[in-house]
Write a protein that binds this ligand. Structure first.
Ligand code: TRP
Length: 455
């Protein structure tokens, strides 16, 4: 193929850059907002353990598959499938990815907007002297809006758009390199305060002491969906990032590091939140508001809490930004390379489209609350369909593609570029992507959707 075109592509400058970008995409609202809230909804520890199993058996191999597809093809997600599997329907997997990206960013922007509002609330002392009940009604009143949550959502979308357009991605990555570790430090401080609250142990038991009888098919499907969501898998984000990784990088190690970092941060967020949930008498299954209703109580009861609160929501917003740009990129790359639109125009078009849908997500928390489908409001519906259907479906096809279409020889070639990988590890990987990942996804799917009962 056109060699100039390939060699002129960007390549991440360092090993650390690769990890920072991929981890920046993975670590976001998924870890700190969504993980605790769905763990609460689906009953705690049992959900956590199933989630961890999916991360190891499905998430990790699919991540390695995405990175391999990207680096092998050096193209965006559609281009990658078109190049590796010419004249075949495989590129439809890319379409699926775009649909998922649009849906995810629509509600993601709403939650990121809440986080911006909470920076303001923290800085203006709105948490002072409020009881847990008052914290809860403050949150509910805010998200019902209708106007201010939409304004914050739009502000966040404009920030995402600006970063993608101006290409200060280098800039944001440079900042993310020390801001993200700082976020981890704050979460650890929160963990310490949270586990030393009166009544904290019940929260730890909820999070770590499993009662598998509580698991439902829907819960298992949600654990799978969240494994994909949290690791940024199933829609080509990591295919795109993989296409920027140079041949010397050991992508197996990169995938392992990103997976561990993402998982550790989610668990830390759980440790920061659940003890407090129980200590303050908040309902663990409160839903999307859980983190926003719980943490302000913790800040209120710690020395320096005023500043920690501002910093926490600020960093949460930054974490959301390093993820949202990676979601927007998928749509922008599609508009640019498949519809031949200019980069800036593609970015603006995608942002406007997604923000428009997002406005309805925000409204579905308040004035459009009554409009539901399968018992879910519009916000929950987009979240559920994208995470629990589109991403696992994408992951299914990606693992089948690597396991069956590309096959062992081509994948081995890709692996040995940057690493001396022992034979049996390659065998394990092939076995996972060929049989275990697609099989497990199919079973969880059919069972979770109630199409088949596996007992
Ligand atoms: N993983 C991110 C989070 O946890 C969100 C995200 C970024 C994402 N890119 C993605 C989710 C691609 C699914 C697919 O917040």
């Amino acid at each position: 193929m056109n060699k100039d075109k390939l060699s002129s592509r960007d390549v991440f400058s360092s090993k650390f850059g690769v990890i920072a970008a991929a981890a920046g995409s993975a670590v976001g609202l998924g870890n700190i907002w969504k993980f605790p809230y769905i763990t609460g909804v689906y009953g705690g520890a049992a959900f956590l353990f199933v989630y961890l199993g999916f991360i190891a058996l499905i998430g990790l191999p699919v991540m390695l598959s995405e990175l391999s597809i990207g680096r092998k093809s050096r193209r965006n997600v559609f281009g990658a499938f078109k190049y590796l599997a010419p004249n075949s329907p495989w590129k439809l997997v890319g379409m699926l990815g775009v649909a998922a990206a649009v849906m995810i960013l629509a509600f993601y922007g709403v939650v990121a907007g809440w986080s911006i509002d909470y920076i303001v609330k923290a800085a203006t002392g709105s948490f002072a002297a409020k009881s847990p009940n008052e914290m809860e009604s403050m949150f509910v009143n805010f998200i019902e809006g209708p106007v201010s949550p939409i304004l914050y959502q739009l502000l966040f979308m404009v920030m995402t758009m600006a970063i993608v357009i101006i290409g200060v991605k280098d800039g944001i990555e440079k900042y993310a390199k020390f801001l993200m570790p700082l976020l981890v430090v704050i979460i650890i401080v929160l963990c310490i305060r949270s586990v030393t609250l009166d009544g904290a142990s019940e929260g730890l038991r909820f999070l770590f002491n499993p009662d598998f009888s509580k698991l439902t098919g829907d819960g298992i499907l949600s654990a799978l969906g969240h494994a994909f969501f949290s690791l940024s898998l199933g829609m080509g984000t990591l295919v795109t990032y993989g296409s920027y990784i140079d041949d010397k990088n050991n992508i197996a190690v990169t995938a392992l590091q990103v997976t561990i970092a993402d998982t550790v941060i989610a668990i830390l967020a759980g440790i920061a939140i659940f003890p407090a949930v129980f200590a303050f008498g908040i309902e663990p299954s409160s839903g999307p508001g859980l983190v926003f209703m719980t943490l302000p109580n913790v800040f209120q009861q710690m020395p320096g809490g005023f500043f920690f609160a501002i910093l926490f929501f600020l960093l949460l917003t930054v974490a959301a930004l390093t993820s949202s740009i990676s979601i927007l990129e998928v749509v922008v790359a599609y508009f640019r390379e498949e519809l031949n639109l200019k980069r800036n125009f593609s970015t603006i078009l995608a942002t406007v489209m997604i923000s428009f849908i997002g406005v309805f997500c925000s409204l579905s928390m308040g004035i459009l609350k009554e409009y539901t489908m399968f018992g879910l409001n519009f916000f929950d519906l987009l979240d559920w369909i994208s995470a629990n259907i589109l991403l696992p479906l994408g992951g299914l096809f990606i693992s089948l593609f690597v396991g069956w279409y590309l096959g062992r020889k081509k994948i081995e070639e890709e692996f040995v570029k940057g690493a001396r990988i022992v034979n049996w590890l390659v065998m394990v990987f092939i076995f996972l992507v060929k049989f275990i990942a697609p099989g497990a996804i199919a079973i969880v799917f059919l069972h979770g959707l109630g199409l088949f009962n596996f007992g």
